[in-house]
Design a protein around this ligand. Structure first.
Ligand SMILES: [Zn+2]
Length: 465
């Protein structure tokens, strides 16, 4: 069935709704469409002006930043220099948890703020308050990059996602979804075969332009279509978001849906950070919303092509300024200019999360992604695998067994553990029917409880293979 409502939703309903909400996001979006092609120097200069503005504001209206910026000689009177900016101590989750009140700007006391909550890898919640103007600006940024996928505002969306948002907002949420957002959901927190089959049937009846969701949930959906159903769902665009997209997941999704996957990277605290454009050669940083640094463990900037920690500065949120916030992700910065002509800086790739690294007793960091893939490929009969590092010398392997699993598999695991982690590390195997999801609906294949603690103290050496 043709999507006759799409142009109406785009050209009539969306502008009318934005006017009714008094939201300027479409105005931002239209301007952002033009400025994305500005030369890199112009974009960098604009970012630097925003940094100056946000630093001044933070110095004048938040007790926390007055103190912290004072430590590096910034008082909000004279403009901050790049050297001073790079000397600002990295902001960690722990800081936000313990200084939440002092981080809130006095200029926004009593204002209506948007609350962005995240549970994070350690399970301790962090709450960021975002002002209305920043929220709407970010909405414009996200719309711009979502359209790089080939989808257009107003067209139907199929979301493989936990906790459908609109259900929480009563009739107004329902109406907004029916007319404007036009999303149909597969709730990944209740994902079983019957639910997936029903979702697929819905998509056949009303084909979406865009299929979006967490990387691994999209992969599971694609694999379901390929092995148990008919691989005939053909969206025009696919956006994978909120977790690392592995190459094998991308291949499977693209193969089944015959459509390129657009990889998007963001987090609850600052929203969109970077997104692939139609060229799919790296991710363009959302330079209008955030300033991104990729740092070595010693805090110096990583070179292009080198894996480092992601540190973001929110250029928009004045209610609760976030300067040099260490997210706990690792990424690779690029010095290439994308062939699409956009001047927005590029990230080569998102490598993973610091918490997804296993730390050996010798203090080496091993990438959990390659580790899990390595074990799953080498050990016969492993259908799926989750590695959990409980303590520095104890690992748990949660295994979904395939038909070939046997004594030889256990032998090989024993050998690989010794080879990879050293002789002092012990391990146990647990057999499960499936790898459980996180409460957020995300999947994780390597969880290191040790790396989380190291990350809180500041990482040591990152070793990647
Ligand atoms: Zn590009």
């Amino acid at each position: 069935m043709m999507d006759v409502l799409a142009p109406v939703a785009r050209h009539v309903i969306a502008p009318a709704w934005a006017r009714w909400e008094r939201s300027p996001y479409l105005r931002h979006y239209r301007r952002l469409l033009k400025t994305q092609f500005d030369p890199p120097e112009v974009i960098r200069q604009r970012q630097w002006i925003r940094i100056g503005k946000i630093v001044r504001h933070a110095c004048r209206s938040t007790a926390f930043w007055v103190d912290r910026l004072g430590q590096v000689g910034v008082d909000g009177q004279r403009p901050i220099t790049p050297e001073q900016f790079q000397a600002i101590p990295l902001l960690r989750r722990r800081d936000i948890q313990s200084h939440h009140r002092e981080m809130l700007s006095s200029a926004y006391r009593g204002a209506q703020l948007h609350c962005h909550k995240t549970s994070g890898s350690t399970g301790e919640a962090v709450e960021i308050l975002v002002d209305e103007a920043a929220q709407q600006f970010k909405r414009g940024c996200t719309l711009r990059s979502d359209e790089w996928s080939g989808w257009q505002l107003g067209e139907r969306i199929a979301a493989v996602w936990g906790n459908p948002e609109y259900l929480k907002r009563g009739w107004r949420g329902w109406l907004r979804n029916a007319l404007l957002e036009r999303k149909t959901y597969l709730d990944t927190l209740k994902m079983d075969e019957a639910q997936i089959a029903e979702f697929a049937a819905r998509l056949r009846k009303r084909p979406p332009s865009l299929l979006m969701g967490h990387a691994h949930s999209l992969y599971l959906f694609a694999e379901y279509l390929r092995t148990r159903d008919t691989p005939d769902i053909r969206p025009r665009a696919i956006i994978s978001t909120a977790m690392v997209l592995h190459d094998w997941e991308r291949r499977s999704i693209e193969d089944v849906c015959r459509c390129r996957v657009t990889n998007r990277y963001g987090c609850e605290e600052v929203s969109l950070i970077a997104c692939e454009c139609e060229r799919h050669q790296g991710l363009h940083v959302n330079a209008d919303g955030v300033y991104v640094e990729v740092l070595r463990p010693d805090g110096s900037p990583a070179s292009a092509g080198e894996v480092g920690m992601v540190v973001v500065t929110d250029l928009r949120n004045l209610a609760m300024p976030l300067l040099r916030y260490q997210l706990g992700d690792t990424a690779v910065m690029s010095d290439r200019r994308c062939a699409c002509g956009r001047g927005l800086p590029l990230l080569e790739s998102i490598a993973g999360r610091v918490a997804d690294y296993v730390v050996t007793p010798e203090g080496k960091w091993i990438s959990g992604i390659s580790l899990t893939e390595n074990f799953a490929v080498m050990v016969p009969g492993v259908a799926q695998l989750q590695i959990v590092q409980e303590t520095i010398d104890r690992m748990v392997f949660r295994i979904v067994r395939g038909p070939d699993f046997g004594p030889a598999s256990l032998d090989l695991i024993r050998r690989l553990v010794e080879e990879r982690f050293g002789p002092s590390v012990t391990h146990t195997c647990e057999y499960v029917d499936r790898i459980p999801q996180e409460p957020s609906g995300k999947y994780r294949f390597c969880i290191s409880k040790v790396a989380c603690r190291c990350h809180e103290r500041g990482p040591r050496e990152l070793i990647l293979d």
